[in-house]
Design a protein. Sequence first.
Length: 318
Amino acid sequence: MARYLFHRLWQSALTLLLASIVVFLGVRALPGDPAQAMAGEEADPAAIAAIRAQLGLDEPVPVQYLKFLGHTLTADFGRSARTGTPVTEMIGATLPVTLQLALYAMLIAVLAGMAGGVIAAVFRGRWPEWAANGISLLALSVPTFWLGILAVLYLAVGLDWFPASGYVSPFEDPLRGIYYLTLPAVILGMSHAAVVQRQTRASMVGTLTADFVRTARAKGLGRGAVVFRYGLRNSLIVVTTVIGLQLGGLIAGAVVTERIFSLPGIGKLTLDSVFSRDYPVVQAVVLVVTAAYIVINLLVDVLYTLIDPRVRVSGSLR
């Protein structure tokens, strides 16, 4: 285990290093000059040059990157070029909102997706499977932004079932916090639920037709026990992999949902920073999301051994 973790950690460090290079160069490839944006259209060249010197944009690109890397290693992302607020504080204030939304959406996706996958696998070839597959296809086909707008118009504004926008921390008021996050979480989790459902169904169909399952049925084991003890349990490896990948995607893909429902999360912060060409914030946000994605995948690999003791973390069987 220790050797495996060491191997994965240095791979993760290398991935983060490459990601930092891509992020640093990609941000600087954005059109426009942040110094010009901060100074305004009517600013004279001297003021723009002073801002560029303050931000370090007048130095060679390799020097800028080395300084950026050095500050990143100490978790010092500098200050926002737009507001002057420390970037660490801005991320600390917005990241919990996105994590709450992503975890809630993933909970909905897992429960709905696994339920639909079990139904489609058990009743394959009959109308429950067609209904489950039709719902998953619809969830995958409809764009999130369009579905979110419809939800705001009809469920929030029209029927007044949910708030149209806003955020309440679940730590301050748990019930109101969950109430405010429910509609955005459902919208964000629907497409991910469809992916979980399809993978659950595919894995369970293969398991339920295996020889050991037929033997269990021949010995008189009930249908429910066969489905949940053998079918669903042996499908958890595939489902866990999908959940890990989807959770990383949820964190990175919450931008549109947060924008629609006016949630003060990291997605909204990213969009505002891109539009204002706020280099320090964009760089820090992308690196934090990349690090979260890497950590989630590492945890998923370690969870394999807890779900199925036959699987070693090295990837081989005992």
